[in-house]
Design a protein around this ligand. Structure first.
Ligand code: HMG
Ligand code: MG
Length: 300
């Protein structure tokens, strides 16, 4: 039997948060429909953050309340604090994604908190989510490289992972915010992580700034990780991490996994169509490495 891998689409959140051109709620819903039509079932649709910090996400409530109700779909929203948690759950979110960076400066730049403050907020929100039956997915950002402090001590990442897990995190998402990581680092980090955390509790979130995203996902896959974030067409980047471009493109990840005998349940041709739909709403040129080749194929 083929092993399943979950491709978790983050383009609508991580991708669009960095777009200066306003994308209307209806357009986001159109992109979402194209993603769902391709077989993608796990989607981070928005973030409940300060609209002053990220204006593109100011329609979070409206968007969340307009999501399709089809069974089997799994939606989540990013929250930076308790206020975000409350806004998200009041809007119907059953899974929230928390964000904590491994370095002090990145937390200050991203969510205006020190590492210690951000850790406390994360632990409080995780415990509240556990009590209220809400699933808590926890990003550990700048897990491989920090745009401000540069070096990231893997021991710190492991300590943060332990604290989040002990508090009741449902999932630990190792995030290469800037795309500055390398395969050797990912190998060593995941080798250490799987000693204390079940691989099914881990996920990888790789940005493709230096073209390493696919390789980093492959290395994590070898350590038993079976869930990866990606964004349609490689859309986006973090507005608070200078130099970071979009996530690993969904079409590249899906193609690699399907070709390598993993079951994603996702149709690559329909993903290509979703890239075209998203392209209609952003100024950035979209498309992962596989798009050029896909476009030359008469039948697939
Ligand atoms: P702050 O200014 O320190 O917040 O911002 P505050 O607590 O002092 O509040 C200031 C105002 O914001 C108040 O309103 C609050 O009510 C309001 P006012 O009294 O001025 O009218 N406020 C909120 N409004 C809506 N939703 C909220 C919320 N919280 C406070 N949740 C804050 C701190 C965290 C709010 C701000 O810095 C923020 O929203 N940051 C979000 C940054 C962000 O979205 N970053 C990108 C996502 S993370 C990412 O991309 C990395 C990831 O992809 C993984 C990876 O690649 O590493 C996940
Ligand atoms: Mg990201």
């Amino acid at each position: 039997m083929m092993e399943k891998v979950i491709v978790h689409e983050v383009g609508l959140r991580d991708g669009l948060q960095n777009q200066s051109k306003h994308v209307h709620t209806d357009s986001k819903l159109e992109i979402l429909s194209a993603l769902i039509a391709s077989g993608i079932k796990s989607i981070e649709v928005t973030s409940f953050v300060s609209p002053k910090a990220v204006p593109q996400m100011s329609d979070a409530k409206e968007l969340y309340q307009s999501l399709p109700k089809k069974p089997g779909l799994h939606f989540e929203a990013l929250v930076p604090n308790l206020k975000g948690y409350e806004r998200a759950t009041e809007s119907g979110a059953k899974t929230i994604a928390l964000v904590l960076a491994s370095t002090d400066t990145m937390n200050r730049k991203n969510i205006n908190m020190s590492l210690d403050e951000a850790l406390k907020v994360n632990l409080d929100v995780i415990r509240r989510a556990n009590n209220e039956g809400i699933r808590a997915r926890c990003y550990i950002s700048t897990a491989l490289h920090c745009p401000f402090e540069n070096y990231v001590n893997p021991i710190e990442v492991l300590k943060i992972a332990d604290k989040l897990d002990t508090a009741g995190a449902d999932e630990l998402v190792i995030a290469d915010t800037t795309g500055g990581g390398n395969p050797q680092q990912v190998d060593e980090l995941f080798k250490a992580l799987v000693i204390s955390h079940e691989p099914k509790k881990l996920a990888g979130h790789f940005h493709d700034t230096r073209g390493m995203g696919l390789l980093l996902a492959w290395v994590a896959l070898q350590h038993g990780v079976r869930k990866f974030d990606s964004s349609i067409g490689g859309l986006g980047g973090c507005p608070f991490a200078p130099g970071a471009t979009g996530n690993l493109a969904t079409e590249d990840l899906v193609f690699m996994l399907n070709q390598s005998g993993y079951e994603t349940g996702i149709d690559i041709v329909k993903v290509r169509n979703a890239v075209k739909v998203a392209q209609g709403y952003v100024d950035q040129k979209l498309g992962g490495n596989i798009v050029g080749w896909l476009d030359t194929q008469k039948s697939l």
